[in-house]
Design a protein around this ligand. Structure first.
Ligand SMILES: [Zn+2]
Length: 211
């Protein structure tokens, strides 16, 4: 079986870069009211938020969780992006997501054992150098939180500071991001940012409105 391209086996220095500007960053429209004002406050303040998710990645995760949720199944995939630093704080940017065939039910999900080849192909097709910065999965109808099994996955696979877990509930229209903290996970503020897109016909630059 083909293995995915490994971008770097070495720990590389974190690049200094300004986070997506606040006029192109918004709280997610599925975010609960009190969390939404936290994000707005953080965006108005100085220093980066811990996590920024592109409109593209956000839409992919949301659509995946909605189409699976319509069949009462959980969805899951990996978050691809990069880690940067600004004002002595590091932050994670999710540029895209990948997924593959899943072994899913209404309350559990994992990659199908035959799905890895597709997953590795999709990782290979990614047109930017990426770091796997976490995972997303959905809880259709039972709200966003990290279950004991989710926390175990986070501890086993995503234990770095730049690793996050995004949980979506496509039936209750909720989303939340988490990271490890002590023995458990805590909710973290994140923004959805609008990228500048090249027009596929190469005529002009166009940009998508953030949600
Ligand atoms: Zn879960």
């Amino acid at each position: 079986m083909k293995r995915p391209r490994v971008v770097s086996e070495r720990k590389r220095a974190i690049l200094e870069r300004s986070p997506p500007p606040s006029n192109r960053s918004r709280p997610h429209f599925w975010l609960k009211e009190e969390k939404r004002s936290d994000v707005e406050e953080a965006l108005a303040g100085t220093g980066p938020l811990p996590l920024y998710i592109s409109r593209t990645a956000e839409a992919e995760m949301r659509n995946h969780s909605i189409s699976s949720g319509n069949q009462n199944l959980e969805a899951m995939g990996l978050l691809l992006g990069d880690v940067f630093a600004h004002s002595k704080k590091s932050y994670t940017v999710v540029k895209n997501v990948v997924t593959t065939d899943l072994e899913a039910s209404g309350v559990s999900v994992s990659f199908h054992r035959n799905g890895f080849e597709t997953l590795f192909d999709r990782l290979d097709e990614t047109d930017f150098d990426y770091v796997i910065v976490g995972w997303y999965h959905s809880h259709p109808g039972y709200t966003c939180f990290m279950s004991p099994k989710d926390i175990e996955t986070q501890q086993r696979m995503f234990r770095e500071d730049f690793h996050f877990a995004v949980v979506l509930d496509p039936l209750k229209l909720q989303i939340e991001a988490f990271t490890l903290h002590g023995e458990g996970c805590i909710s973290v503020p994140f923004a959805v940012y609008q990228e500048e897109h090249e027009d596929p016909y190469g005529r002009k630059k166009l940009s998508l409105k953030p949600r």
